[in-house]
Design a binder for this molecule. Structure first.
Ligand SMILES: [Zn+2]
Length: 264
């Protein structure tokens, strides 16, 4: 049994028939999905999917790629939403498992870096206030991300989604309690540095993700990615690490369930 730790299941094409896409995923053993939010505009959508489908969990946050649509009031709204959810959490009935996705995206044109840093700092503080892990997105901002993580280290941990980088970078994240999200990047032989890094890390550091409908798996370029294709990431991970798929699935699923407080 596998958990897709990062799936934008409220996006097209899944919104046309979520029950079918979820059944396709569960058919191959991808039994649970974590749906990160992108901003206040889709919080209701991810929450509604989690309330409708067993096995679906969600996060609330402000994605840096969509910084232009976020306002300072959205931070207050996030606080209100998580305060309401904490009542459910006290009764073990919440399916909100993290703050995210949040982070820094300095690769977008005209990135307002100060705004991104302010929004991420506020989300780190809120995550710690509610004792929730964070789902991190980072492009072209690694040193700044590490600096902020050192200042506001997430007390409930987190995951650096779609990791592609060097062993020293991964080690810095692990030392700050941040797990490494492994996705379709490793299915491309040209991603040699990332593949070598992932092969060298402790298995307990890793989470599996599709980032569907983004981040296509090798061999499926040009098509929307889907949560059932997480099994391709698992297969490649087993090949590059020289471990069995069963053992990797067992350990990674346990790590993911523990990080997000997902019942097994
Ligand atoms: Zn994402």
């Amino acid at each position: 049994m596998l958990i897709d730790s990062h799936c934008h299941f409220d996006f097209s094409p899944f919104d046309a028939d979520p029950a079918q896409y979820l059944a396709d995923a569960q058919q191959v053993g991808v039994e649970k999905l974590v749906l990160p939010a992108i901003g206040a505009s889709n919080w209701a959508a991810v929450q509604a999917l989690a309330e409708t489908y067993a096995g679906v969990y969600y996060a609330l946050g402000l994605h840096p790629f969509f910084s232009a649509q976020h306002t300072p009031q959205d931070i207050a709204k996030l606080d209100v939403a998580l305060a309401a959810d904490s009542l459910l959490r006290a009764k073990n009935r919440s399916k909100c498992v993290a703050v995210g996705e949040c982070g820094l995206d300095f690769a977008i044109a005209d990135a307002d870096k100060d705004q991104q840093v302010a929004l991420l700092t506020a989300q780190f503080q809120i995550a710690n206030q509610y004792h929730l892990p964070v789902i991190l997105h980072c492009r072209k901002a690694f040193p700044e991300m590490i600096r902020l993580l050192r200042q506001h280290t997430p007390v409930a941990g987190g995951v650096y989604h779609a990791f592609s980088g060097s062993y020293p970078q991964a080690k810095q994240l692990l030392d700050l309690g941040i797990n490494i999200g492994v996705g379709g990047t490793i299915t491309y032989p040209r991603a040699n540095k990332t593949r070598q890094t992932i092969a060298a890390l402790p298995l307990t550091a890793l989470l599996l993700e599709t980032d569907a409908p983004d981040m296509p798996i090798a061999g499926y370029q040009g098509q929307p990615n889907r949560p059932d294709r997480l099994v391709h990431v698992l297969r490649e991970l087993a090949a590059i690490r020289g471990e069995s798929e069963q053992e990797i699935a067992r350990v990674v699923t346990l790590t993911t369930a523990e990080l997000f407080g997902i019942p097994m």
